[in-house]
Ligand binder design. Structure first.
Ligand code: LLP
Length: 427
């Protein structure tokens, strides 16, 4: 029933996450609730280490910024891909060493540069224009910068258009034909040391061929840079490996990715006589399948179709609304029962598009049932909002048969956070 997810099972008709009954969690912490398996998280990192023993892996913090999770990833030897000052702050708090952090971003402010320079982390420079104001910021602080260049590789993987990031038309990176020249310009700038190339072709990619294509392109640029007298210490191929959200739609594993890109990387480095570090930036494939989101059924309504209205909407899990994403649903309170009725699962938000799952055949539902949305660990809580006056949910970490709260649920006071009432409006 749960495929390769060894941390999930049905017992006494209930869903268990490792040794803990999902219904006990729902009762104790309330719903909606994010529940993460620590064992699965550590296992996922180990799979990457095994597939890429010589590469540096930087976790993409945008996928999941919960500190306890980041701490576990740091313990397991993951670095961090950060895309904002806030993510840099989280990475440092989690204990990620500065030489394992890459500050990415297509729209960095002067403040972002200063923060990265102060922290002594490398930056991925997204444009020639950014290079020139980075150079000014380097001069004003007197702190040197090691940089990579974000390459726009013009590669079109099959994924949702909103998360394909390496298309020619996308906002990210420098057109690949102009990168070597930018590298040369950077080499002449005082305080700036270009150390490598970076790309990221998109997310939830289920075929390894586009990664191989990207690697080839990166090595073409590396070759131009070397010929022009530059040095390449790092090739960062980004993240993007997809996961199996839909039963029967398997995803490549980290070792499949390794088989697709390592031979190209190694042979072309050998040809060029260089030995750069390979960097990867996985997000989703590290955290997605570690986590379920539990949500309680409020109303089961028979209209022109059956609706199960639950307490999580796109405020708690935005992916279905944003990308029509599929998250598999298991009824945690009827985990072994016959699938016999079709339901569309909707949230409490005042928008017709607040649909979490369409036309799913589930056991007969009633008010009080608990549903589990699987694979919610990536871009789940991290994209949650308070829309429609909904405080964000709690998060729990499961370690064997123990559950630990790693983020308490917000209460209504969170809706007021930071707000000020001008005295003239006081009542
Ligand atoms: N590196 C860079 C520079 C990125 O922009 C991203 C993701 C990653 C690494 C990690 O990619 P991953 O391994 O997670 O695919 N919110 C969307 C996904 C947005 C991805 C943005 N960039 C979703 O829920 O599907």
């Amino acid at each position: 029933m749960f495929g390769t997810k060894a941390h999930l099972r049905a017992e006494n008709d209930h869903l268990f996450i490792e040794g803990v009954d999902a219904l006990d969690l729902a009762k104790e912490y309330g719903t909606p609730l994010y529940v993460t398996s620590e064992a699965r998280l550590r296992q996922n990192v180990q799979n990457y280490h095994k597939a890429f023993p010589d590469a540096d892996k930087y976790f993409a913090i945008k996928a999941n910024g919960s500190l306890a999770i980041l701490r576990i990833l740091a313990q397991e030897g993951m670095g961090a891909d950060v895309f904002s000052g806030g993510e840099l702050y989280l990475a440092r708090l989690a204990g990620v060493p500065q030489d394992k952090i890459l500050y990415n971003g297509n729209s960095k402010s002067v403040r972002d540069h200063l923060m990265a320079l102060e922290a002594g982390v490398r930056m991925s420079v997204d444009s020639r224009e950014e290079l020139s104001y980075l150079s000014r910021n380097v001069a004003s602080t007197g702190k040197g910068a090691k940089i990579l260049f974000r390459v726009n590789p013009d590669i079109s993987p099959a994924t949702h258009p909103k998360i394909a990031t390496g298309l020619k038309t996308s906002k990210f990176g420098i057109p690949f034909g102009q990168v070597a020249e930018a590298y040369m310009v950077a080499m002449d700038l005082p305080g700036i040391e270009p150390v490598g190339l970076h790309c990221h072709i998109g997310s939830q990619i289920l075929d390894t061929a586009p990664f191989a294509e990207a690697m080839d392109r990166m090595m073409d640029i590396a070759s131009e840079v070397i010929k022009a007298g530059g040095d390449i210490k790092t090739i960062d191929i980004g993240g993007g490996l997809g996961i199996q959200y839909i039963p029967d739609t398997p995803a490549p594993s980290p070792s499949d990715l390794a088989s697709a890109i390592l031979p190209i990387f190694k042979s072309r480095c050998k040809e060029l006589g260089i030995s750069p570090m390979l960097n990867l930036e996985p997000g989703r494939s590290i955290v997605a399948d570690t986590t379920v989101m539990l949500t309680g059924v409020n109303v089961v309504k028979k209209a022109h179709q059956n609706f199960a209205a639950v307490d999580a909407g796109f405020n708690a899990l935005a992916r279905p609304m944003l990308y029509d994403s599929y998250h598999h649903v298991v009824v945690a309170s009827k985990a072994s029962q016959k699938l016999e009725e079709k339901y569309t699962v909707v949230g409490p938000i005042c928008e017709t598009g607040d649909i979490l799952a369409k036309d799913r055949t589930l056991p007969k539902l009633e008010s009080g049932d608990i549903l589990a949305f699987l694979d919610a660990g990536a871009y789940g809580f991290s994209m949650a909002s308070q829309y429609n006056g909904n405080p964000r949910p709690a998060e729990v970490l499961i370690n064997g048969d123990k559950a630990e709260l790693i983020r308490r649920a917000e209460d209504y006071s969170a809706l007021l956070q930071g707000q000020r009432m001008p005295p003239r409006l006081l009542w």
